[in-house]
Design a protein around this ligand. Structure first.
Ligand code: HPA
Ligand code: ZN
Length: 353
């Protein structure tokens, strides 16, 4: 039988919770800063010391949005998306549903031109990176536009209005940023608008916020996916609802560890929720900040929770089911995963090893 590491590294899967802005590595930020003649204000190296933890979600988000200041031109956005998807391909992550935060960019001014960065610059650049990565590596990527919940409803509506000409490039609407004090219902109207435009919707809920925010995402925003959802363990009726309706939970263990939602990886409820029958997935969230890309997250979590190859198979299968892939893409991806799983269980593999 194949060992757990080899299985994690090799299994074909999707990532369904990762932020474009969270894939910006220090060395790439430095490279882009220097070609744009910008001084980087935040050396992030310190954050990457082994065992480093932010004190809260907000403590992480401040330098995170500041790092975006190096991104000015279409090509900058293109390069970040391209380099990330190249890494996804190397890890056999064949499809990604990727969040992006337009409000983190369209609020900024290009210091070299004095002009605001436009929604078009952001999305055309990211799209180009996705197209080039598809051509060069065969990977696919859908875009999920997120609303920043620490800003106002008016800001959200204005951002959505700017997105309207580009809706053909946007697969879904999400909600991210600081959860505390910013309940999903604050954005009821913009989410209703998105649904009226035919977009499926979802929200970060129950990461730092309470189980009530997960209920609001389901019942008020009419979300079909819950991002994080850790707090569902506090509400038995909610766990049953999520299980019976097979609502995907896009969980991010290393992120929750770094943001002190949990103290140890062993405490993270992914194994428990999988056993309970929920459609849980594992993801990296912000790989440049939280110490690992998807397969690193999978291995670290599997080790801490004593997950089996069958558990990893289920998580990978769930990733295809939770994605916005077409039915044909899902069937092909799951068929490849099934073949890989059968190979992994072959006794001859042990003999060869
Ligand atoms: N939570 C909320 N907003 C975010 C996160 C997160 O973990 N990562 C990037 N934006
Ligand atoms: Zn996230």
């Amino acid at each position: 039988m194949m060992d757990l590491h080899t299985f994690c590294r090799g299994c074909p899967m999707c990532e369904v919770h990762v932020h474009f802005e969270g894939t910006l590595e220090d060395n790439q930020a430095e490279l882009i800063a220097s070609r744009n003649d910008i001084k980087l204000t935040r050396p992030r190296i310190l954050d990457m010391r082994p065992g480093f933890q932010y004190s809260s979600l907000q403590d992480f988000l401040d330098p995170y949005y500041e790092a975006c200041s190096v991104l000015l031109y279409e090509n900058d956005f293109r390069d970040v998306a391209y380099e990330f998807l190249k890494k996804q391909s190397a890890g056999n992550v064949r499809h990604t549903d990727m969040f992006f935060d337009p409000q983190a960019h369209i609020s900024r001014t290009n210091p070299r031109t004095g002009r605001k960065i436009t929604f078009g610059t952001v999305i055309r650049g990211i799209r180009k990176g996705i197209k080039d990565a598809n051509r060069d590596f065969g990977v696919t990527c859908n875009l999920v536009m997120c609303i920043l919940r620490h800003l106002t409803e008016k800001d959200a509506l204005e951002c959505f209005a700017q997105a309207v000409p580009y809706l053909k490039w946007i697969t879904a609407l999400g909600l991210d940023s600081g959860e505390r004090g910013n309940p999903p219902r604050k954005f009821k109207r913009v989410f209703a608008l998105a649904r009226a435009c035919g977009l499926p919707v979802r929200a970060h809920a129950g990461e730092e916020g309470p189980a009530a925010y997960i209920w609001q995402t389901l019942k008020v925003l009419k979300g079909t996916i819950i991002d994080h959802g850790v707090a569902c363990v506090d509400d038995e009726a909610l766990m049953v609802y999520l299980r019976d309706n097979q609502i995907p939970l896009t969980m991010c263990s290393l992120s929750s560890l770094r943001l002190r939602v949990i103290n140890t990886l062993a405490q993270y409820p992914v194994g428990r929720l999988l056993l309970f029958g929920l459609l849980v997935t594992l993801n990296s969230d912000d790989p440049a900040y939280f110490g690992g890309y998807l397969k690193d997250v999978l291995i670290a979590t599997a080790e801490a929770q004593n997950l089996t190859i069958h558990d990893i198979y289920k998580l990978a299968r769930n990733s295809w089911l939770a994605s916005y892939c077409t039915d044909a893409q899902k069937s092909a991806g799951i068929a490849d995963l099934d073949d890989f799983y059968k190979l992994a269980l072959t006794p001859a593999l042990t003999a060869v090893a």
